[in-house]
Design a protein. Structure first.
Length: 196
């Protein structure tokens, strides 16, 4: 989260734009890059938006040499869910190249049966990303749970008719998460097993 906000600030400086605060930059986490750019800098024309997104992408790749560490309990929970036969998927605002870097860098690709990225479909909070994953995996919305740390995640789940769980230690506040009617908000990733 801090890395994303920092790279947004650097890219804004690169393009002589008003540098958003860390809080403002963190607000857009979860959105695809074009949507995040429009939110932060609504007055930019198409060329300026393209220049900002190119700067952000370059800055992020420059600072993304080492993958972020997983939160406590994530790896063990994924291992348990895989052993128990759950179908796991990723719906992310990252680009395909960005997600592949993370999955490869942390050796996580084998845990997920399907993935969808913002540069392959419509960005969160539009539910298309989740609808495509449900279709690919032949899973009904009533049999799925979306776990996310932003209101964009939980709004997307609501739009797809999927129950959601909010993670309180991520990008958005508990108040923002609860406004999206999740079935629970949890402080530790392994707690998701209580809702399966």
């Amino acid at each position: 989260m801090a890395r994303i906000a920092h790279c947004i600030q650097l890219a804004a400086a690169d393009n002589d734009l008003t540098i958003p605060s860390r809080k403002e930059a963190s607000h857009i986490i979860g959105l695809g890059l074009p949507e995040a750019t429009r939110y932060l800098f609504p007055a930019l024309n198409d060329q300026q938006s393209a220049e900002f997104t190119a700067s952000y992408s370059a800055r992020f790749r420059q600072h993304d040499n080492d993958p972020c560490a997983l939160f406590d309990g994530v790896l063990e929970t994924l291992q348990t869910l895989k052993i128990e036969g759950y179908l796991l998927a990723v719906a992310t605002g990252k680009s395909r190249a960005g997600l592949n870097r993370v999955l490869d860098g942390l050796d996580l690709a084998t845990f997920f049966h399907a993935t969808r990225c913002a540069d392959e479909t419509l960005s969160k909070p539009n539910p298309l990303m989740l609808n495509q994953l449900l279709s690919e995996l032949s899973v009904a919305p009533t049999d799925a749970i979306m776990v996310g740390d932003t209101e964009f995640d939980l709004e997307m789940a609501r739009g797809a008719g999927i129950r959601s769980i909010g993670l309180t230690y991520g990008a958005h506040s508990l108040k923002r998460l609860t406004s999206c009617d999740p079935i629970a908000c949890i402080d530790s990733f392994p707690q998701i097993k209580n809702y399966l």
